[in-house]
Design a binder for this molecule. Sequence first.
Ligand SMILES: [Zn+2]
Length: 1008
Amino acid sequence: MHEHRLTTDGRIERFLRDVLGPQRIAERIPLAVTASVVDGEPIPFAEAVARPFAPFAVGSEWGRAWDTVWFRVTGEVPAEWSGADGRHEVELEVDLGYSSRLPGFQAEGIVYDASGRMLKGLEPLNRFVPLPHAGAVDLLIEAAANPNIADDFSFRATPLGHRDTAGDALLYVLRRVDLVRRDVRVTELWHDATALWDLVGQLPDEQPRRRRIVEALARVVDLVDPDDVAADVDRAREVLAVELGRPAHASAHRVHAVGHAHIDSAWLWPTRETVRKFARTLSNVLDLIDRDPDFRFVASSAQQYAWVQQHYPELFERLRTAVDSGRIIPVGGMWVESDATMIGGESMIRQFLLGSRFFREAFGVESDIVWLPDSFGFSAALPQIFLGVGATGFVTQKISWNDTNRMPHHTFSWEGIDGSRILTHFPPVDSYMSDLGAADLAKAERQYAEKAVGSSSIVPFGWGDGGGGPTREMIALGRRKGDLEGSPRVEFSTPAAFFDEARQEIARPPVWSGELYLELHRGVFTSQAETKQGNRRSEALLHEAELWAATAAVRSGAPYPHEELDAAWRIVLLQQFHDILPGTSISWVHEEAEERYAQVRRSLESLIDASVAALAGEGDRALRAISSPCDPAAFAIVESDLGTRSDALGRAVGRADDGGFVLESDTLRVVIDRGGRIVSFVDLTSGRELIVAGEPANRFQLFRDRPAQWDAWDLDENYRRTGREVDDVVSCEIEGEAVVLRLTAGASTIEQRISLSPDGAALDLDVHVDWREDRMILKLALPVGILADRASSETQFGHVHRPTHANTSWDAARFETVAHRWVQVEEPGQGLVVANASAYGWDIQRLDRDGRGVGTLLRASLLRAATFPDPDADRGEHDFALSLRPTRSISDAVAEGYRRSRPPRALRGATPVAPLVRLEGGSAVIETVKLADDRSGDLIVRIYEASGASTTTAVVVDARRGEAQCVDLLERERGDRRDAFAPDEEIVLLLRPFEIVTLRIRLDASAV
Ligand SMILES: [Zn+2]
């Protein structure tokens, strides 16, 4: 049989596009449009509807960037359309003037009825709003002129990311506002035909299945009158029903299709737009829920639900009903889908504590699935934290973005630094916004790594990033693929159903141990330094504020500021969103983040001041409040001159014979040359020189930083090919106790204070940069003579080890890494830590000289200067605080990290104050002291083992206490650990390596 494939395929495609598609709409009538332009920020419906509206001609331009225009559309459903004949639907069709097909990155709208009820969102691929079959039409459209910053991801610098720079041009043309009469049967035929035609694209030519579908479609083209599809629609559907009725292969992969809209809480739009994005998406979803009884939708991020509750009470009530009936499923339990590598351990717990509390109070639900499809890598501390908040499963797909290595598993057990394991799923579709098209489904089946033992995977479907969510076309497609030959089976389902099945099918899942490093987006540890500083500073202030407020509550009966602390946490948790803290949003977002961090700082500083004043009383003694848990005086308020360790250790700074400088204490001797470089660093306790001759440390280096794509996100490996030393010394001289170095670096200037720490055990490097570069990265190089095949980097509640060599492709791909407060390298008995109070990015590699490895090169990434999406990212003034200190053990590194980022707080008062709680013995650390979230007045003390060794410690509480009990990370009783301590019993804890223990301690009310 001869086949004319090209002709046949072209004929079918053209029929779908030019005949069937358009005839889904039987008739259309333009509606009358008036408009009201809102300059500035969005306004609520009630305010908008009361404004004057002026006539507006369809075809006219509207919308300066970020403006809102309210359109009012009026008309009448024609009498001949009236009444439901079952064959037609009446709808509004709006084209806001979309510039591309990508939803969520350009103009969007919300349609309300005249009473203010939100009907549905408008997106490029979702232009219809169902209406009643008769009567007057009076609708309001809140049209948002969100600019297309992504511009098809060309990564071109654009001024559109801030109101002040976006200009006055009108961006969109209102192309169409019609009342339409949809032919239901022709629409169904179109769904039938497109589902089959889409499948054909995935079927091998030699399979009978492909040829039979093509033949059936060709017959439909033959039998349908192209000028009147409706006349032949039933016969055409019968032809296709035969092919749609053929069941899937017995071993076909099964897809748990989960309705979803990954909505970034801020990104190429400010948070205020996300408020509307989630509302638009929810109104779309609620419309779909009414149409399909099995469709279910999952959404994470308590913050986004909270926005709906605040701004759209009517929509929130409908949402609550849908949650009650199990159709909308809050997942993740987190406040936002946060970054998962840089945020502190306590922050990660609070993401869950505040998120879960919201879900519980608003909906009475709890999620046991962690849902982070898009965060840029995952720390190895997370399995323990996830289990500790009650999660049993974890979903992400982001690691599929790796540029070098492919993860070997899709359903596996992920093991963290403490040995905790959590069942984890990477949807093999490699997407969080599938359209349920045949290509996606075939990909999921083809790629699924556990197919020998497992049979199913999750496919999240629905437009994401900028929102929009699932469409009725996706639902129609999914419906037709429930049991269809040539396709995986599709079932509208939930993550929980998937995990239940996976647990049954895969008794012994493969294990992946350690971090899930994303081999892409390596610049996110450095981009937008001020946002990152804001996070670190806020985390430290929150720790301090809770510590002193709890101490003041117990010691002096001061009220504990639950509301203020919650408010501060909510702000900080939102900025930890996976496009804010990573520094990958528009300038508007980062400017707002910095303002919010300043607000948090003011609020927390005043809480801390009030607490320490309540504790120390009125007086004029110079005191210091010690919030570092590793200080011998941890959590006490002490006399200033007693302080931490003694300051009187003979610290001295002086000139060297060759014009350089010597800084010396009882434990450290550092020699600095005239260029500010460290040429000798001797640990006087061991006598060991830690600098390699000819390889001085403390060298600023500039590299060209022009990634191939994703500018603010990516640091490409080839940056290393263009480095140069910053050696343009303006001056280097002694000022007080410090050597002060001034340099120019391109158009930028650097000032660095080099001094010994108060205890003389560390060299403090305080750096001020006036940064004027474009697309460059500034690093501080610290080569040291410690030959270590791995480096330790602090992460949440512990640290990870990473090789310093690049033996395997996995090691080589990890050329830029993240650390929290410190990185450390060591030979047995002699190590060196570099602590860092605000930055996160590092590269650590073998130091070689004369053809051999002689040590380790540690480089701190200080500043980048990306031009997309914020064209001026990071230009301006910045401060960094680093330090170098010799170590004997990892505990020294932990202590140095805390010292540098939680300095003592000076105050005046009447009396020193003993610590409320302290540890005796062992390598554990108290991370958090606070009062319980349930406002019972119980004291919460969070302790973790910090060095990777089993340890025993005694918890000493300096207050009359009742029972103490180990609880989970959400402060609830936990089943797996029975530890409870009677009021008079010593609290002795045995901790596994890196174990986190949360103690809930009842306080004796009579003592308070
Ligand atoms: Zn995202």
